[in-house]
Design a protein around this ligand. Structure first.
Ligand SMILES: NC(=O)C1=CN([C@@H]2O[C@H](COP(=O)(O)OP(=O)(O)OC[C@H]3O[C@@H](n4cnc5c(N)ncnc54)[C@H](O)[C@@H]3O)[C@@H](O)[C@H]2O)C=CC1
Ligand SMILES: O=C(O)[C@H]1O[C@H](OP(=O)(O)OP(=O)(O)OC[C@H]2O[C@@H](n3ccc(=O)[nH]c3=O)[C@H](O)[C@@H]2O)[C@H](O)[C@@H](O)[C@@H]1O
Length: 491
């Protein structure tokens, strides 16, 4: 076996990067990497022809503030910079040409077999690894960017060794991604940390150093952390589990607030000023969504179960259980306030994405809440400033509560006023700035909405972004998360 040695890299450093998976992570991370490393060629590949075509067009496949500028600069080049970002479906060529390959494919929750509904489905990762092993004719650094169960790198190493061509050496690194959607570009440009896990032998450390060089072009050295492979893999799951646990904790407290007259925003402020707790990720909500929190917490619970740690598994499972409880509690409150019948009542849903500044709807609380309201016979009109109408219909088709054609019960509106016209209730499910009546600019005209609705007009704020007092002055009855509602004695 030829030994892997960084000095054998052309120019002694990374000059060509390939990224397998042109999704929410692969696209933005590579756009920033290419911008910050103009002398490195970065090719993002995907099985999906339509996704690659979109990345090569002026309508990118995902909405993310600041993404267009990053993509355009490196993809199209200009007078002062080369073209060094490419999107392609020629996976084999990109793999073979690169010295470093990011694996950034999806790792959803398993839907069948052992661990269905809990464990991570690593089949896309394995498919990508097998492809690398089959195609590579020169040494490669293979970087796990996807979030994976701890010790996945061991499986990757085994497959690469078994299938790879004789004399070709692969070094596997873990380099989990911590960006959040909606702030992806900001997070990538100024990350809290870059985490690189490697084997702690010479080859592993050399490969980690090569990857660190790529990031060091824009990330201060002290923020580039290196550690052993397994710690790095587990640290990613741990970070998401702890963040999700904070949200479930504050949401559990919000139930206590609603029963007592305490205010969850005041509680979050009071505890968040303790420097040991800190203020972030303490915003009570209708429940966390997104493609990762639920998936990664369940994955950690399943790993714990497989390691014969049932108490640990139950602990993490409870984070997801509270999240489901929060969505259910909010839905029941809506039904109760609307006099226990929603039959044929128009309900306007403002916001369909799982958080603001993204068009992503994966695991959005809106999906299960609307499903439950449809089951009660409500007529739902949905408005979201970014989610594509086709995406909303594709999510709604999976409804359990629908009777017959779902289009009898649901309409998708391009105009917020049309969505609210004649409604008995408005439900705010995403914290888009325009829904807040606290903002001066770009906000919707709540007075206009008040005049167009049926009475009594309810607002259920699942994000605590409205000023309830002001809306009550306009005649609304307002129910927020973790706060006394309009019906409360305010003494
Ligand atoms: N979405 C997010 O904000 C974050 C996601 N992550 C993790 O990053 C990974 C990727 O997530 P997303 O980018 O959101 O997923 P995504 O679903 O948006 O993108 C994954 C892409 O990989 C492609 N793909 C799958 N198998 C392939 C193969 N064998 N060859 C070529 N292309 C293939 C798919 O067609 C898809 O376009 C996941 O493990 C996720 O947990 C980590 C941090 C943030
Ligand atoms: O692994 C991942 O995919 C990513 O998951 C999250 O990022 P993301 O899901 O994009 O967005 P968050 O801002 O964390 O929000 C997740 C959900 O929690 C909700 N949330 C967030 C914060 C809060 O205080 N309260 C709250 O309800 C959001 O509305 C959203 O539905 C993590 O924040 C990222 O660090 C991580 O990289």
């Amino acid at each position: 076996m030829r030994t892997y040695d960084l000095l054998k890299l052309p120019h002694g450093r990374i000059t060509k990067i390939c990224c397998i998976g042109a999704g929410y992570v692969g696209g933005p991370t590579c756009a920033v990497t290419a911008n910050k490393n103009p002398d490195v060629s970065v090719t993002v590949v995907d099985l999906s022809e339509s996704r690659i075509a979109a990345w090569n067009s002026s309508t990118l496949p995902i909405y993310e503030p600041g993404l267009w500028e990053q993509v355009q600069g490196a993809r199209d080049g200009g007078a002062d910079r080369p073209q060094n970002l490419f999107f392609s479906t020629d996976i084999d060529k990109a793999i073979d040409e690169a010295e470093l390959i990011f694996v950034s494919v999806n790792t959803p929750t398993k839907t069948m077999g052992a661990g269905a509904g809990l464990g991570s489905d690593t089949s896309y990762v394995e498919m990508a690894i097998r492809k690398i092993a089959q195609v590579a004719t020169s040494d490669k650094i293979v970087v796990e960017k996807s979030t994976v169960p701890v010790r996945t790198a061991e499986t990757m190493r085994e497959i690469l060794k078994a299938i790879g061509k004789p004399g070709v050496h692969f070094e596997v690194l873990s380099n989990p991604e911590f960006l959040a959607e909606g702030t992806a570009i900001r997070d990538l440009l100024a990350p809290d940390r870059i985490l690189i896990g490697s084997l702690l032998n010479d080859h592993g450390l050399q490969a980690a150093a090569a990857l660190a060089e790529v990031y060091a072009r824009w990330v201060p050295r002290e923020r580039i952390i290196t550690m052993n492979l397994w710690s790095s893999e587990l640290a990613k799951l741990a970070a998401n589990a702890l963040l999700a646990q904070r949200i479930s904790s504050i949401n559990a407290l919000s139930a206590v607030c609603e029963a007592t007259g305490a205010d969850i925003d005041e509680i979050a402020f009071a505890v968040g000023t303790d420097s040991r707790i800190g203020p972030k990720m303490l915003k009570a909500s209708v429940g966390f969504g997104g493609s990762c929190f639920k998936k990664d917490v369940l994955s950690l619970a399943y790993i714990s179960e497989c390691l014969h740690l049932p108490e640990v598994a139950a602990y993490w499972q409870s984070v997801v259980d509270i999240n489901e409880y929060q969505k259910d509690r909010f839905t029941k409150r809506i039904i109760r306030c609307l006099y226990n019948t929603l039959n044929n009542k128009k309900v306007a849903v403002l916001g369909f994405s799982y958080k603001k500044d993204t068009g992503d709807t994966r695991e959005s609380a809106a999906i299960s809440i609307i499903d439950a309201l449809v089951a009660e016979g409500a007529k739902i009109s949905i408005y979201d400033p970014q989610v594509l109408e086709s995406q909303i219909w594709s999510d709604i088709e999976k409804f359990k509560g629908a009777r017959g054609d779902v289009k009898q019960y649901v309409t998708v509106c391009k105009d917020v006023y049309k969505a609210c016209e004649g409604a008995h209730a408005i439900i705010v499910l995403t914290e888009w700035d325009e829904f807040s009546n606290k903002q001066i600019r770009k906000r919707m005209d709540w007075q206009r909405v008040a005049e167009s609705m049926d009475r009594p007009s309810f607002v259920f704020d699942g994000r605590n972004i409205v000023d309830a007092g002001k809306l009550e002055e306009m005649g609304f009855r307002v129910e927020c998360i973790g706060k006394p509602g309009s019906g409360w004695f305010k003494g």
